[in-house]
Write a protein that binds this ligand. Structure first.
Ligand SMILES: Cc1ncc(COP(=O)(O)O)c(C=O)c1O
Length: 402
């Protein structure tokens, strides 16, 4: 993109409002979701019927989701955070037990470990993928390790095959092979070696929060698994123990959310295809900026680009990266965010529980000073996407001269 082209694009496609870094609606809704919502309400209006508990709409949504991921079971829940808590609960963790989680992470998974009273052990990430680094995970395993808890970061599959292999090779002395549990909140619809995220590992936990790739009216979650015992236990726990003979509470989704979820799931590939199209166009438009390392898309993975994550060079870490983001936001209305800083930086309780580990995580600390994510949404027009790229070229040139 030469200077003249950039100037024209910046003038022609200048937005009226900020493009938010993490859009407040991840996909989009159509008349189909509205019809499904209206129908679910109408079907519930008879006082002898109501909205029910685990009704047909919920069962149908779960079956369709399991089929999509290629798993035997899918268990819907009120949020992904609840799912992550239940994942840790189902490990029956004891006080000395350890769970390994990437340090560059959203706070929900680390909190789920701490919530069960276990020890949270952070691992490093691979700065190309922002996913956990298997070699580093392996080094942090002790006889007390019970599980590896990767996040499928920003829409790209975690290295599940490597992690499962490590889990087999380092069994816990009593519980056997370590469990591998994926936080797939940002990665619905992604894949690895032709297999959908959700299939590999003991279980994977998805989010349908308003910002996610598919959404169920603002909140929602799902766990996928092939383990029949686990599925039965989770179904019990989400509804006051159910038939499963376990402790329980209420973590159910609703009829209306499930009805909308089934429509969003049918439309998921379309929404992701459009998102990936914009991401690929942007990759081409940004090619050639010497300072930027563009998002890495391993050949064997289907990246969903939940976030479009770049790296600045080491000498731009921190202040210069922040300056670049400030220019993009204030002068070009292009939102950016750091997703994510080391998780202890955004959550004081996590910090209080892990502060002695920080100096063992230099890659995570340094990468977080270099990464930033630029606004991307499937409904951005080609022109708006070109505008974002032109803004990045121009802002980088300005920071280069500082
Ligand atoms: C990686 C990750 N894990 C977990 C969550 C929590 O999901 P939920 O809001 O459905 O509880 C989110 C987002 O909110 C997330 O981005």
């Amino acid at each position: 993109m030469n200077e003249k082209q950039r100037g024209e694009i910046l003038k022609k496609h200048k937005p009226q409002h900020l493009f938010p870094a993490e859009p407040n609606l991840g996909g989009w809704y159509t008349e189909e979701e509205i019809d499904a919502t209206t129908k679910a309400i109408r079907d519930s209006m008879d006082w002898r019927v109501g909205f029910g508990f685990i009704v047909d709409e919920i069962i149908e949504f779960e079956q369709a989701f399991a089929a999509y991921c290629g798993t035997e079971f899918a268990i819907s829940l009120s949020t992904a955070s609840v799912g992550l808590d239940l994942a840790m609960h189902c490990l029956n963790l004891e006080a000395e037990d350890e769970v390994i989680c990437p340090a560059i992470n959203f706070k929900a998974s680390p909190l789920a470990v701490l919530g069960q009273g276990a020890k949270l052990v952070f691992c490093e990430i691979d700065p190309r993928t922002f996913n956990c680094d298997p070699a580093d995970v392996e080094q942090r395993i002790t006889p007390r390790t019970r599980a590896i808890f990767p996040v499928h970061m920003n829409g790209l599959s975690a290295p599940m095959d490597d992690l499962l292999d490590i889990a087999e090779r380092h069994p816990h002395p009593i519980h056997g092979p370590l469990k591998v549990i994926g936080d797939a909140a940002r990665a619905c619809g992604g894949g690895h070696k032709g297999v959908k995220i959700g299939k590999k590992g003991w279980m994977n936990v998805f989010s349908f929060h308003t910002m996610k790739l598919m959404t169920t009216l603002g909140e929602g979650g799902m766990i996928t698994t092939d383990d029949a015992e686990l599925a039965k236990r989770l179904r019990g726990i989400r509804q006051w123990g159910g038939e499963s003979g376990t402790w329980g509470s209420s973590y159910k989704t609703t009829k209306v959310q499930a009805a909308v979820g089934s429509v969003q799931l049918r439309r998921l590939d379309e929404m992701i295809t459009q998102r990936v199209k914009r991401a690929n166009e942007r990759l081409q438009l940004l090619e050639g900026i010497p300072e930027l390392i563009l998002p890495y898309q391993p050949l064997d993975s289907d990246h969903t680009f939940y976030l479009f994550t770049l790296l600045v060079p080491p000498e731009w870490a921190g202040d210069k990266r922040d300056k670049l983001c400030q220019i993009l936001k204030e002068e070009y209305l292009v939102g950016t965010m750091v997703a994510n800083p080391p998780v202890w930086e955004s959550q004081p309780y996590i910090h209080s529980q892990t502060r002695e580990q920080i100096e063992t995580l230099p890659v995570s600390v340094e990468t977080a000073r270099r990464l930033f994510c630029i606004s991307l949404h499937p409904l951005m027009t080609e022109g708006e996407n070109a505008y974002v790229a032109a803004a990045v070229w121009t802002a980088v040139e300005r920071v280069r001269k500082m």
